[in-house]
Design a protein around this ligand. Structure first.
Ligand SMILES: C[S@@+](CC[C@H](N)C(=O)[O-])C[C@H]1O[C@@H](n2cnc3c(N)ncnc32)[C@H](O)[C@@H]1O
Length: 209
């Protein structure tokens, strides 16, 4: 079991500036998906290689993973994938990153760190003030996807997002996956492990109204 990184540590106060979409993607006009807590980015590599009509951006707090992922993107000359190192909360709250939220079509939180102890809930990536920022910046119709195998974390995230009047919960069966960021319904590494271990997966999808 790996030690979770404490996102509230001062190490993450300084944030990486994200270059403009024109600088980071081959075609900046494509739909943009943001994956928060993308680990080594395998899920995003799989998506970016299959779906050339989307751009993918991953944010991850473990610097070594991001360095390796960035190197792989350069070596393979992938033009629709970019990684950013840091605490996603700090990065996306910063006014310099506002253009990211204004341009994304969808955001995923796949199997975020659960932080089981109540005193550590504030380290969870989904926070009311963060959801408020998303609600103020996302375009109408943008989607948030959450997935976890921890029921308590699901209830917490679901309640936090649903408490914001700008987000409405939608049924998975009403999503046209073929037009989404993940038309082939690819799985993340954590999801594959959860499926292998026959554990439950709790999932929520929310639309910005
Ligand atoms: C349990 S892993 C899941 C990885 C991947 N999404 C998956 O489904 O396989 C959670 C990831 O989120 C990252 N993470 C946790 N808090 C974060 C934060 N505030 N900002 C960015 N990444 C974070 C962790 O370092 C870890 O890589």
């Amino acid at each position: 079991m790996r030690q979770h990184v404490n996102p509230l540590s001062r190490n993450f106060n300084e944030i990486e500036r994200i270059p403009s979409l024109i600088e980071i993607f081959g075609d900046s006009k494509l739909n943009l998906h943001l994956d928060i807590g993308c680990a080594a980015g395998e899920f995003l590599f799989d998506l970016a290689l299959v779906n050339k009509s989307w751009n993918y951006l991953g944010i991850e707090i473990r610097e070594r993973l991001v360095k390796t992922a960035k190197l792989k993107v350069r070596e393979r000359e992938i033009k629709n994938l970019y990684f950013v190192f840091g605490n996603a909360n700090n990065i996306l709250k910063d006014v310099q990153s506002k253009f990211i939220l204004e341009n994304v079509k969808s955001i995923s939180f796949n199997f975020p760190d659960p932080w089981f102890k109540k005193k550590h809930y504030k380290r969870r990536v989904v926070q009311p003030d963060f959801i408020n920022i998303l609600s103020n910046s996302l375009q109408t119709g943008s989607l948030i996807f959450i997935k976890t195998d921890v029921k308590d974390l699901f209830d917490y995230m679901d309640c936090t997002i649903s408490s914001n009047f700008n987000f409405k919960n939608i049924d998975k069966k009403d999503i046209n996956y073929s037009k989404s960021f993940n038309p082939n319904e690819l799985k993340t590494n954590r999801e594959k492990l959860v499926i292998l271990n026959k554990l439950d997966i709790f999932e929520g999808i929310y639309i910005k109204t």
